[in-house]
Write a protein that binds this ligand. Structure first.
Ligand code: PGA
Length: 248
């Protein structure tokens, strides 16, 4: 199966940034991996125009946590993202669930994702890790993903979970490779045992948190790792292209 290399630009970028980024990317990318870019909403349409020239997938960094049938000032519906070329959405990124909404509210976005493929983010805080509670916290976070009521409209064909330890995001610290494999296996087992529709073969787990062009190869080659979700390093087109071009 192809590995997923995903870029989460967060709240970074400008029209000029997008133009310069893809000028370099298209000249240099030579990848067999599945590449997904998550720009800020305001630049999705511009990135989509570039996408027609070369094949990578597009996603939104978040989706409403009310269903598309409810009105919601400031919201965007799944249809709008699809209309602008998106096929993926992140749900429950720690920077979203850490601020204005709770985890459970973030997870309600599953209701509104419809035909977008969700990448469901989980991960423990530094304190949780110190207390040895990582598996408990992650199972709790996965409950909504595994709840039948989360799929009132569209039954997903696969599950993608991003394991992003909060203490590893933007810090330059990553877990030991064996620890990443261990938690990825734990997630695959938990979801396959609890998901109402899907089996282990339908579950992919990505790692996120301080991935860069130096550590990416080792992480991507680790057991049970199906891809990476990259924040800071994905903003540098050279760095991101280098990771996309890895032969795994
Ligand atoms: P980082 O962010 O690569 O900058 O640590 C990852 C993420 O938040 O998805």
């Amino acid at each position: 199966m192809k590995k997923i290399i995903a870029a989460n630009w967060k709240n970074n970028g400008s029209k000029k940034f997008v133009k310069d980024y893809f000028e370099y990317f298209f000249k240099n990318v030579d990848s067999n991996n599945e590449i997904i870019i998550f720009p800020p909403d305001l630049y999705i349409s511009q990135v989509n125009d570039y996408r027609r020239k070369k094949n990578f997938m597009l996603g939104s960094q978040n989706i409403n946590y009310v269903s598309d049938d409810e009105t919601f000032t400031s919201g965007h519906s799944s249809d709008m993202f699809i209309d602008n070329g998106c096929s993926y959405t992140l749900v429950g990124h720690s920077e979203v669930r850490g601020h204005d909404i709770t985890y459970s509210e973030a997870a309600k976005s599953l209701w509104a994702s419809n035909d977008l493929q969700v990448i469901f983010c989980v991960g423990e805080s530094a304190d949780t890790k110190k207390d040895g509670n990582t598996q408990n916290v992650i199972s709790k976070q996965l409950e909504d993903l595994c709840d039948k009521r989360s799929y009132p409209k569209v039954i997903p064909k696969k599950v993608i979970v991003a394991y992003e330890p909060v203490w590893a995001i933007g810090t330059g610290n990553i877990p030991k490779i064996d620890d990443i494999s261990f938690i990825h296996k734990f997630i695959k087992t938990y979801v396959s045992e609890n998901h109402p529709f899907l089996k282990e073969k339908d579950i992919m787990v990505l790692y996120g948190g301080s991935v860069n062009s130096i550590n990416a190869s080792e992480i991507l080659n680790a057991q049970y790792v199906d891809g990476v979700l990259i924040g800071g390093a994905s903003l540098d087109s050279k760095e991101f292209t280098k990771i996309c071009n890895l032969k795994i």
